[in-house]
Design a protein around this ligand. Structure first.
Ligand SMILES: Cc1cc2nc3c(=O)[nH]c(=O)nc-3n(C[C@H](O)[C@H](O)[C@H](O)COP(=O)(O)O)c2cc1C
Length: 334
């Protein structure tokens, strides 16, 4: 698949997720097989004003590329300035967030609110198209709510103004993350436009991604929550490995992820601590022996070393006591 002149090799990729898909996690996902990466949403106004957090999101590893940087905003001047800044910072693709459902965002006219006034958003995208020299993409939802399912109209508009590819998460803004994602909306968008369409929503394995591609005709698939504690989900061969090999590969990936977190956020120990707690908690897969008390101990720990010791002590116990096969099986997934 190509997004304009950027070649994308592979059919699975990591979805952008605020406070989750920072550079260390993106790099690990990319090394596991994610075909490209996308930053979490970057508020245009924060970036233009030089906010530390926005600048932090833009920091990335060369190994992540192709890398899309996702902008959030509704003011064309600010978005254009921010688009120039992210291109300068190395974005291979600029993506506009048109799907964030959080009320504090949509109240300001950003995120999914951009799907409500299609002519106004067309103007904004035209302005962006003028300043974005790299491919320009959008990530949309099914619509604002069940009475306004306009993903097809918005996708056609985006294609008309020169957007190079579209990601569709077909839930509406009012559904947020509830219920099943209605994949037929992805198919409707695929049938309506000629640019590549990426499907997204409730995919947790390569097999489910293949099903989404078959059912909707989308060019590739974005995986979000299904990658929590499972960056190896992007490796289509992983499930074919023997259980022992899966387990040692997982250990190497987790070790690398933890080391990258410490290195990348070295200047912000609090971020290292919070991110270590969050991701290690996800690496303790439900259903394995002692997973609940282990996760609780990680969440209560105040120091990174204590979190890591707790995790690896637990991990070692999976080697003994006859749980080896369980630890490596696709169904339990640690
Ligand atoms: C914690 C969290 C943060 C998210 N942040 C973003 C974001 O910054 N930008 C965006 O376009 N979508 C964001 N999303 C939406 C995801 O990219 C994705 O569309 C959604 O989770 C559905 O895919 P999934 O079922 O594979 O998780 C976020 C989702 C979650 C769960």
């Amino acid at each position: 698949m190509r997004i304009a002149d950027v070649a994308i090799v592979g059919r699975l990729r990591l979805a952008p997720m605020a406070d989750v898909t920072n550079a260390p996690f993106r790099l690990v996902a990319r090394e596991c097989g994610s075909s490209m990466t996308t930053t979490e949403e970057i508020d245009a106004i924060s970036l233009v004003r030089g906010a530390v957090r926005a600048r932090d999101i833009v920091r990335h590893y060369a190994g992540e590329r192709p890398l899309a940087m996702q902008l959030l905003g509704c003011d064309a001047d600010l978005l254009c300035q921010a688009a120039e800044m992210v291109q300068e910072a190395g974005a291979d693709i600029v993506d506009l967030n048109m799907g964030c459902p959080m009320p504090k965002i949509t109240k300001q006219g950003k995120g999914a609110a951009l799907m409500r006034d299609v002519p106004e958003t067309a103007q904004l995208l035209r302005r962006l198209r003028h300043v974005v020299q790299v491919p320009l993409t959008v990530k949309i939802r099914g619509g604002w709510d069940d009475e306004h399912l306009n993903a097809v109209e918005v996708a056609k508009m985006a294609e008309d103004v020169g957007v190079d590819a579209i990601v569709v998460h077909p839930r509406t803004r009012s559904q947020r993350f509830s219920g099943r994602a209605p994949w037929d909306i992805i198919r409707d968008v695929v049938e309506a436009v000629n640019v590549p369409v990426t499907g997204n929503g409730d995919v947790t394995s390569p097999a489910e991604a293949r099903a989404m591609i078959e059912q909707t005709g989308c060019a590739d698939v974005m995986i979000g929550r299904g990658a929590f504690g499972r960056p190896w989900v992007f490796d289509e061969e992983f499930e074919c490995l023997p259980a022992g090999q899966q387990k040692s590969r997982k250990a190497a990936i987790i070790e690398r992820h933890m080391a990258l977190l410490a290195e990348h956020f070295e200047a912000s120990p609090r971020v290292v601590l919070n991110q270590t707690r969050r991701h290690l908690g996800w690496y303790v897969e439900n259903g394995l022996p002692y997973s609940n008390p282990t996760r609780a101990a990680i969440h209560q720990a105040h120091e990174r070393g204590e979190m890591l010791d707790t995790f690896w002590d637990w991990w070692e116990t999976l080697d003994s006591g006859g749980v080896d096969g369980m630890a490596g099986s696709a169904s339990t997934g640690v």
